[in-house]
Structure formats: C-alpha cells, structure tokens
Design a protein around this ligand. Structure first.
Ligand code: ADP
Length: 626
C-alpha cells in the first residue's frame, strides 16, 4: 500500500494495552461507550470548526454514527462522518498518550495496583479499550476538508506495533472495525448491542443508527436507536437517576457513579442550562496543577470547548459537568471568555449552584457528604480565604475533628458546634497543629477540657491559613486557644482568696523569671488554666501564631521571631519546688528546662535539642543522687 509503515506504540500505550487485555475487565462493554463518545466528539468538533469554515461539511451537515455487525467475519464496524484525522493526527492520537498526568501516573503504579478496575476507569481508556474485546482493530479515516487521497489506514493487534498507510477515502470521517476475540459473541448480537448502546446514548445529541435487516424485502436499512436529544435540554422531571449517572460517565470517562448532581434551566437576564456533578472520587491528578479541570461549554447546544476553568473558582475545581449558554457568541474563544462579563456572571451563579448542591447533600445524606468531605474537603478548604462573598455558606460546609469526637475523622460542622456551646461562651475555639496527635494532646486544651468547652482540632496544613480568614460564623468569632484571649476570663472561675494569696506569694518568683528570661519573652505571668502542665507559651493577639510562622518558614520566607507569653501554673508541684530553689545557677537550669519544654510543646521542635537533653539529664542525675 502507498505510504505503508509500521511503527511502535509509545511505551505507556503498550503498558495500558497490556493492562487492559490482561486484567479481567468486568465491564467489557465500555468500549462501545468510548468509541461512540469519540465519534460524538468528532461530530462536535466538525460542527464547531464549520462555524467559521462551512465548506468542511463538504455539502453534508447531517452528522451520525453508524454501527454494522458482520456475523460471518465476526466484526463490528462503527462509522462516523465527523472531523476525521490527518496522518500526523492518527500517529499523535492513536500511538501515544497525550495526557501528561496519565503518563506520570502509569509510571508511578505497579501492575498489581493498576489491575484495580477503578483506577483504569479513571483514565478514560478511550480508543484503546477496543482491544479489550478485539484481537485486531482497523481504522480508516479522512479529515474534513482533506483531499480524497489523503485518507489514512491504521491497523493493529494491540501488541507492540501498528501499521499505517495512505488510502483513498470518499466519505469524510472515521470507520473503525473490531475483529472480536473468541468468546466475545455477545457483541455480534444486534439486540445486545442495541441494549448496551441505548443505556447511555439517548442523551447524545447525535443520531446513532444500527444496520438492520428488513427480512421481508431482504434489504438492509439504518435504524436510529437513540432519542438524540441533548440530555441537559430535556425536562428535569423526565430524566431518571440512571440517565443522569450514565451521562456523567459519558462526559467524564469516570467509571464510578457521581455522588450527586444539580441540573438547572435558567431564564431571564442570563439564559443558560447547567448540569453539575460531584464525583465520588478525586481524580488521581487532582493535585496536579496542570491537570485539566473545568466544565464543558456549549453555546446554544453546539459544543464549543472542554475544560473551561473560568466558570468555577479554583476551590470548586472538582465539580464536573457542562454549561450551555444562550448569551455567549458561538465564536467565543478562551481569550474572550477570560474577560467577558457574561463569564463573570455565569461564574457567580454556577458557584452558588455548586455550593447549594453541597449544602443539600449535607442536609439530605450525611454518609455521602462524609464521603465527599473525605475526597474533596482539603480542596474546599481553600474557599474561605479566596471567596469572601460566599464565606458563610462555605463555613457551613466545613467539617472538623474536635475535642468532643476526638478522632481524626472530620465530621463536626460549625452548626453542631454552635448547638453544643456553653452558656457563657461567645467564641468558637480552635487549635492548629502539625498533626492530630499534636493538636489533641496540646496543653492549651487543659482548661477547655476542664470546662467542657469543645475545641476544633485543626491539623491539615491548610488550616492555619483558612482559619486566619474565617472571621466569624453566625456572629461568633473564631479564637485560637494558643492566643491570649480576654473572653476566657469570663469563663474562668472567680478567683478564690486562696488564689489571690498565691498570686501575691508568687510575685517575687515571677520577677526572678522576668530577670532571667529578660527580652526572650514578652511577658511572664501566672495562669490558672493549666492542670497537668507546669508552663506553656501563648501569643498575644498582635503576634503571628506559631503555626503561621512555621508555614512561612517552610515557604522560605523570613519571619520575625515570635515573642511568647510564658504562663506558669502555680498549682504544679514542679513549679512549687522550683520556687524554693535558692541557688541561682540551679534555679536558672530549671527555668531553662521548663521554658524549653513549653517551647517543645508549642513548636514541636527545639533549636538545640541536645542542649535540652543534656540539661535534663544533669537535673535528673542531681535528683537521683540525692
Ligand atoms: P480521548 O478521547 O480521551 O482523547 P482516545 O484514546 O479515545 O482519547 O482518543 C484519542 C484521540 O483520537 C481523540 O482525542 C481524538 O483526537 C482522536 N479520535 C479518536 N476517535 C476519533 C474519531 N472517531 N474521529 C476523530 N478523531 C478521533
């Protein structure tokens, strides 16, 4: 054949093919969905390109997908008259995996891990899924607008290589033939194929036709087997859950059901239809900055582009789905979208819709909401800092681990918290730390435990940043328990006469400490908020918190040294004993030790841990030798 050539698949394609063929795919029929979806995309692309170049239709703008089964040859042929491909496009599209995230992901996974059905589903295996059921696949294609002799032939057995050649092809578009393996006879049965296709194809706006024999006249004819109306344009009441779910899988290539969805037709100053979904699992590349996110954009039912990020704030980047606008022009480009007022308005309303959808989910189905939070909570936590306008509704959606639940699962809402607040309590207390364990065991919590006041335990990296932006919720301000807080005095018991006397008695001790620590601390004072801990460090409200200072340092920024308030628990036996030490040197050793202990509890690290250990051992020996 003219221009014949055999080429090797890119190694990642080989890996994917091998996996697909050799892992037990419980859901073989998905290849039909993938191929029909490619054909529908090809039709969408042609329609879009023809908006500016109508000649690409080559005089025929009736687009379709056709399926023909040949029982003798054991083949199924799927034909479309969409955009088609040039030779270089065939090489690019059907010999490599373009998505950079997929490549990296495949590299990082072992074969065993990849046999997991769900993981494979996340790729959107696409065209290559044909090899799940076929031992050989051939493809004939010609790009819309290309010359008749610019057709391309492609053939492969899905092992290491494929063959290419130039051919003449009269009809524009792509024709794919699958040669079924032994045992895949189901797909040779017209009724079975109809059943599979009708499961997900009614909403595809493109007619899907199957070749069927009119026994009476012994003639073949094409019969349309789908409704061919865009699902999102249909009336909500007429669409059932299965259809919504199938449509989700069709547009996202995700093999799991979505957690929830929201479908809206909006008329008035803005006219659009949106269909938004929350996936049940975060995609493997959710954290990859380059991963494609965003909604599909249609304008008056014509598909315009994929992955439009402009319609959602970054913290809702997990929302999938589409928007069909009546207001945007058909020739809209990414650049125009970027600064269009219509985009801005759409973004505002789609953000609202997404948040309302989550609110409803939280109200109706706690289990599902927990699942959502587990998958996407960390992303949603970017919201309060970046979207002031929606801060209250976002705050409602947050979930925390707290001193009441005391497990790592974040399941307490701020509404739950408000309901459980103490009578005189007018703030929402939280602590930020590096880990759940560090938060839970922090000495700052002793007072709150004693008083039975619930404290939010924040231990995700993003929490300090988020809590800094959360100002209040239902009129209650947020307060870090490691910061100085006047309001706590209200919750503290009246000082007894005894305590007042203690305070007086400790006067000289405090002075002694101040002299010793000098300008290393902001202040030294007694506290009655501790029980088991001799001393802690707190910061005043103007000071940067320890967690924030750590974040800045980790990001390579210079931060001024945090000046702490050193608070002493006069009831603690160690403190009582230390006050009695007269020897200045020994006294200073003890104070340094207590100060380092408090620093360790607050920061989790010490500048000079060896000095700390050395000092402690010295004091231990002294007390044992006695
Ligand atoms: P995906 O559809 O997820 O991009 P596929 O492996 O299914 O991945 O297809 C790769 C590419 O091949 C598509 O993006 C498209 O450019 C091209 N392609 C596949 N099928 C067709 C078709 N029927 N007509 C035109 N192009 C196609």
């Amino acid at each position: 054949m003219r221009g014949e050539e055999t080429r090797g698949f890119q190694s990642e394609v080989k890996q994917l093919l091998h996996l697909m063929v050799h892992s037990l795919y419980s859901n073989k029929e998905i290849f039909l969905r993938e191929l029909v979806s490619n054909a529908a995309d090809a039709a969408d692309k042609l329609r879009f390109c023809a908006l500016s170049k109508p000649e690409l239709f080559e005089g025929n703008s009736d687009l379709y997908v056709r399926i023909a089964i040949n029982k003798e040859k054991r083949t199924l042929t799927l034909t479309d008259n969409g955009i088609g491909m040039y030779r270089n496009e065939v090489i690019e599209n059907l010999g490599t995996i373009a998505k950079s995230g997929t490549k990296a992901f495949l590299k990082s996974m072992s074969g065993e891990q990849l046999k997991n059905n769900h993981l494979i589903g996340q790729f959107g295996v696409g065209f290559y899924s044909a090899f799940i059921v076929a031992y050989k696949v051939t493809l004939l294609t010609r790009a819309a607008g290309a010359k008749i002799n610019e057709g391309v032939y492609w053939e492969s057995t899905g092992e290491g290589e494929y063959t290419l050649a130039d051919i003449e092809k009269i009809n524009r578009g792509t024709e794919i033939t699958l040669y079924f393996r032994e045992g895949e006879d189901d797909f040779l049965d017209e009724w079975y194929v109809r059943k599979v296709i009708s499961k997900y194809s009614d909403h595809i706006a493109l007619p899907i036709e199957i070749e069927t024999k009119d026994e009476k006249n012994n003639l073949f004819k094409w019969e349309k087997i789908n409704k061919a109306t865009a699902l999102w344009k249909r009336n909500k009441a007429e669409i059932n859950d299965t259809e919504y779910k199938e449509f989700y899988k069709y547009i996202t290539h995700d093999s799991s059901d979505p957690i929830t969805w929201s479908h809206n037709h909006v008329e008035g100053t803005q006219e659009y239809t949106s269909l938004l979904y929350i996936p049940s699992k975060a995609p493997f590349d959710a954290w990859n900055r380059d991963s494609k996110q965003g909604l599909k954009l249609y304008v008056q039912r014509v598909f315009i582009m994929d992955n439009v990020e402009q319609f959602m704030p970054n913290y809702l980047r997990f929302v999938r789905g589409l928007v069909d606008s009546n207001d945007l022009p058909l020739n809209v480009s990414r650049e125009i979208l970027q600064d269009s007022r219509i985009t801005q308005n759409l973004r505002t309303s789609l953000t609202k819709r997404s948040l309302q959808m989550l609110e409803k989910l939280a109200k109706d189905d706690q289990e599902k909401y927990d699942q959502f939070w587990k998958e996407f909570g960390l992303i949603l936590k970017e919201g309060p800092a970046t979207d002031q306008a929606n801060q209250q509704i976002l705050a409602k959606l947050l979930r925390f681990s707290t001193t009441y639940s005391a497990d790592t699962k974040q399941s307490v809402s701020l509404d739950d918290y408000l309901h459980r607040m103490q009578k005189d309590q007018d703030k929402i207390y939280y602590i930020t730390a590096d880990s759940f364990a560090a938060a839970k065991s922090s000495p700052h919590l002793e007072f709150f435990r004693k008083k039975n006041i619930e404290v939010l335990l924040c231990f995700d990296r993003i929490d300090e940043w988020m809590m800094n932006y959360l100002i209040n919720f239902h009129g209650k301000t947020f307060q870090s328990v490691s910061k100085e807080d006047e309001s706590l005095n209200k919750l503290t018991d009246e000082k007894t006469i005894e305590q007042k006397e203690t305070e007086k008695a400790f006067g000289p001790f405090i002075e002694r400490l101040k002299n010793l620590l000098n300008n290393r601390v902001k202040e030294v004072r007694l506290t009655n908020r501790l029980t088991d801990t001799p001393a802690i460090l707190t910061t005043d409200s103007n000071e940067m918190s320890t967690q924030m200072a750590k974040l800045f340092t980790a990001a390579g920024q210079n931060v001024p040294e945090v000046k702490y308030i050193f608070e002493i628990n006069p009831q603690h036996l160690l403190i009582k004993r230390v006050t009695e030490i007269e020897d200045e040197k020994l006294f200073s050793e003890w104070i340094e030790l207590l100060f380092d202990q408090a620093l360790l509890a607050e920061r989790g690290t010490l500048e000079d841990p060896n000095q700390f250990i050395h000092r402690m051992n010295g004091l231990l020996i002294k007390s044992l030798v006695k």
